[in-house]
Ligand binder design. Structure first.
Ligand SMILES: [Mg+2]
Length: 388
């Protein structure tokens, strides 16, 4: 593992990036309202990464992005680089379907087991699942082989070349940044630090770090996912309410286990009936979050997400350049050198590179205040590139 110096995602993706709400960062691409009209996406609905509507937006954006740089060169095939079989695999298959493109996807991770690769065929496209990020270079050979021996629906005779008719979608979270199995825990640490900071700031002297951590760790368990919807905004809100003393962790756990509380919506509605018991500033915080939950906003705890932007950026590029690589991987969110290297090579060959992130925009893009101080969106923040 080596340190390849400082860079940013911008180096290989430019501003061809969308975060969770699908608003393109590159001003040359259609703004969100135009996008919505073009693909027939209703106002107020933001599809999640694994939904077909998300893929329709992505396919549209890829074509628009391609037309900006090389007009009259249609996209004919799709390559996807991600880290989760279910979520990325589904998004990949949906984008292939939406664009009517053949596709190959690399799903990577670093795991402490013998190196191996699994090829999984599916109707729309093929998954190349690897337990080493270094296998990205073999994936490239695989694309070439795949093209030669088993042409997919490609219209060109050379099979599956990585050229200007190829769109490459790169997942940011735990793929290009904070590689899964190698550096992803730092992304999680940044998020928990943001929950802690948010809840701590709101509770002030009443904040008890130990009971906060106990509540967070407990409710973050898969057992409670049906209740929390595995939603970190919900979890942060619960930690706040528990910290305020309105509810005790044990009685919340008992209510969930006994099915007296099934959903987060029930919980926040119940808190609302007792909101008068909360101190003024917590009551108004609760009111704001409850209103957004009722509007269907999946990231209703805005101050938590703004803090997450800060705790994330604080963990990017903050270390000295000569810090040992093992410590950089422990302390910093770093760029995955293998992903960077292959993305640069494909870009050089003319492929379209486009990044997507499932991180909420509030946690990815600085507020106007911070932006005036020089803060940048995550994909433009410099950090070290580390890899084999
Ligand atoms: Mg990911």
């Amino acid at each position: 593992m080596r340190n390849y110096g400082r860079t940013s995602i911008y180096e290989f993706l430019g501003d061809f990036v969308v975060y969770r709400n699908l608003a393109p960062l590159d001003p040359r691409l259609p703004a969100l309202p135009v996008l919505r009209a073009e693909v027939g996406l209703p106002e107020g609905i933001t599809p999640r990464k694994s939904q077909p509507d998300y893929a329709r937006v992505m396919a549209f954006l890829l074509r628009q992005a391609r037309a900006l740089e090389t007009p009259n060169t249609p996209i004919e095939r799709l390559v996807y680089v991600g880290d989760t079989r279910m979520n990325d695999g589904t998004a990949f298959a949906n984008i292939c379907h939406a664009g009517n493109w053949p596709g190959l996807a690399f799903i990577g991770a670093e795991r402490d087991e013998p190196a191996r690769v699994e090829i999984a065929g599916q109707d729309s496209g093929t998954l190349y699942l690897a337990n080493r990020w270094a296998a990205l270079s073999d994936f490239e050979d695989f694309c070439r082989e795949r093209g030669r021996h088993r042409p997919l629906r490609s219209t060109t005779s050379e099979g599956f070349p990585l050229d200007e008719r190829t769109a490459v979608v790169v997942d940011l979270d735990k793929t290009a940044l904070g590689a899964r199995g190698r550096n992803d825990h730092v992304i999680d640490h940044a998020r928990v630090a943001a929950v802690r900071r948010t809840v701590g700031d709101l509770l002030g002297e009443a904040f008890d770090p130990a009971s906060f951590q106990a509540a967070y760790d407990r409710l973050n368990q898969p057992e409670f996912h049906p209740f929390t919807a595995d939603n970190q905004d919900y979890l942060a809100y619960m930690c706040l309410i528990l910290g305020s003393g309105l509810y005790a962790l044990e009685s919340l756990v008992a209510d969930v286990r006994a099915d007296r509380l099934r959903t987060f919506e029930q919980f926040i509605a119940r808190v609302d009936t007792r909101a008068a018991e909360l101190p003024d500033h917590l009551r108004s915080m609760h009111g704001g979050i409850y209103a957004l939950v009722q509007q269907g906003d999946p990231t209703p705890f805005k101050s938590f997400r703004y803090n997450e932007y800060e705790t994330t950026v604080e963990r990017m590029g903050q270390s000295d350049d000569d810090l040992p690589v093992t410590r950089l991987l422990q302390e910093e969110i770093v760029i995955t050198q293998e992903v960077r290297e292959i993305a640069l090579a494909w870009k050089e060959r003319g492929a379209l590179l486009f990044g997507l992130s499932d991180k909420p925009d509030e946690a990815s893009i600085p507020t106007d205040d911070l932006s005036a101080q020089g803060y940048q969106p995550i994909h433009r923040v410099e950090t070290h590139a580390i890899g084999g």
